[in-house]
Design a protein around this ligand. Structure first.
Ligand SMILES: Cc1cc2nc3c(=O)[nH]c(=O)nc-3n(C[C@H](O)[C@H](O)[C@H](O)COP(=O)(O)OP(=O)(O)OC[C@H]3O[C@@H](n4cnc5c(N)ncnc54)[C@H](O)[C@@H]3O)c2cc1C
Length: 445
């Protein structure tokens, strides 16, 4: 073969390889785009496309489509690629790890609260965590920046700010009352003890806050952080149990006062420039400062019926796999109620009681699943029904406005009647709230 032919073959092969490579690349891009667009349309249908809290915002002029954000996001299908650029998909499920922000090689991602069209309420907070109300401070997710590490750091920093503004102590008046015992409240309580402040922590539910509600099997992603009176917590991927154990140990060792199952109903500034803290168990407390570490998830709404305070009533389903052979009534008609009823129905006798005549506002997938469960009789649904009484071994319901009551044997009741967001509570305490539309939350690289 002469030299010319040899060159033609070599160049020809290179050109063919290049064409194949470009073709494969474009084909893959097109496939990815199609898949992502499909996921986006499902997310829109299911109401998961719009963000509800901190989320990534992608600057399309800067994005080079490296997909580093997609692969580094620890959650599933929050981000994808469309036409060679990153895009958000199930934005409501984003929990604000910020891994995408850190992984982007060209800094095309910022973390924002609210969008141009959907504003999100955020309380007014100064650089030192104090609100517009002198003496009321905020730490953790309530202020907009979620995640365990951030909340722990902010709890401690807020206490440091309180020390700087510390008022002279009056007899019987605490230096600070910390409301909420999630990561921010726990860290603040430890910091207060460390700094010698007199303090009390009130928690409406259980120690651990949102972390307490995680499934036992969830991998909790975090980063090393300093916990007052403990030192460096060197955890990355951990479990709910490990975190709760660590917090419980350090709290017990340092003899901290954290009162669980006590909801703060009101924080009332008095004319003596102190705060009266009103709780749901009839006991009031007074302090010079308030630290609100109440997160953003609110308080489960109650039905307000006799027997609701009973031990057999719960407002969240923590470990459905541990519940079997029970007669259960689930109350509600939203996704939480339907999903919980579906999780319980295989090992228990479950009745779902909903006050309306059909499920209007649930995800299409849930609608389909519950329809199947009703058809195969693995679950009973009582529409137009309202629970009126909860007793030890039965509950009473009013159905279709009938004059009589239906009595049902029962072991457990789960109520999912929505939640009261902290807005009203904050406004009553005088804390200003502003709607934020695409507000950029600063996070250091
Ligand atoms: C599904 C899910 C998965 C997550 N996974 C991770 C993860 O892997 N890694 C990570 O870092 N973060 C994760 N997060 C986020 C993290 O849980 C939160 O950012 C963090 O818990 C916020 O801490 P916080 O102390 O500000 O608030 P919270 O943890 O929400 O605690 C607030 C506490 O205040 C109490 N409270 C509220 N109102 C009152 C009142 N009126 N009176 C008394 N008490 C009150 C509440 O009961 C609650 O216990 C996840 C969140 C969710 C929802």
């Amino acid at each position: 073969m002469d030299r010319d032919w040899e060159q033609i073959i070599i160049y020809g092969t290179v050109i063919i390889i290049c064409i194949i490579t470009v073709y494969v690349y474009l084909y893959r891009q097109k496939k990815k785009t199609k898949e992502t667009k499909k996921k986006i349309s499902i997310a829109k249908e299911e109401g998961l496309y719009e963000p509800i809290s901190l989320h990534p915002y992608i600057d399309l002029n800067t994005c080079i489509g490296s997909a580093a954000c997609v692969s580094d996001c620890p959650e599933k299908d929050i981000l994808g690629i469309v036409n060679g650029k990153a895009t958000v998909i199930n934005t409501s499920n984003c929990i604000g790890h910020g891994a995408c922000f850190h992984s982007c090689p060209v800094e095309a991602i910022s973390l924002r609260i609210g969008t141009e069209t959907r504003g999100i309420d955020l309380p007014h907070i100064n650089h030192n965590f104090e609100t517009n109300m002198e003496g009321i401070f905020i730490a953790g997710e309530l202020g907009g920046m979620g995640l365990i590490k951030n909340s722990v750091e902010q709890g401690q920093q807020a206490i440091e700010s309180i020390i700087e503004t510390k008022k002279p102590n009056k007899t019987n008046i605490l230096d600070v009352i910390i409301i909420g015992a999630g990561p921010a409240g726990i860290s603040a309580s430890l910091a207060a003890k460390k700094e010698g402040l007199s303090s009390l922590t009130l928690e409406q539910d259980s120690l651990g806050g949102t972390v307490f509600t995680f499934p036992r099997s969830k991998i909790v992603m975090t980063a090393p952080m300093n916990l007052p009176l403990y030192g460096r917590v060197k955890l990355y991927d951990t479990s709910k149990d490990e975190l709760l154990q660590l917090w419980n140990e350090v709290i017990a060792k340092n003899d901290l006062e954290i009162i669980e199952n006590t909801k703060v109903e009101d924080v009332i500034p008095t004319k003596d420039k102190i705060f009266k803290v009103v709780t749901n168990n009839g006991k009031d407390f007074y302090s010079n400062h308030i630290l609100l570490a109440i997160g953003r998830r609110g308080t489960p709404r109650k039905l307000g019926i006799p027997g609701e305070e009973s031990q057999k009533v719960a407002y969240r389903l923590l470990e459905p796999e541990r519940i079997s052979g029970k007669k259960i009534v689930v109350v509600g008609g939203g996704d939480s109620a339907v999903e919980s009823a579906m999780l319980l129905k295989d090992d228990n006798a479950v009745i779902l009681s909903y006050r309306k005549e059909n499920f209007a506002r649930i995800k299409p997938k849930n609608k389909e699943k519950i329809k199947e469960a009703i058809a195969d009789k693995s679950l009973e649904v009582l529409f137009n029904s309202n629970l009126t009484h909860i007793k030890n071994n039965h509950v009473s319901l009013k159905i279709n406005g009938d004059s009589g009551l239906k009595k049902i044997e029962n072991d457990l009741v789960y109520i999912f009647a929505g939640g009261e967001l902290p807005n009203k509570f904050l406004q009553n305490a005088g804390v200003e709230i502003t709607k934020r539309f695409g507000y950029i939350i600063k996070k250091h690289k």
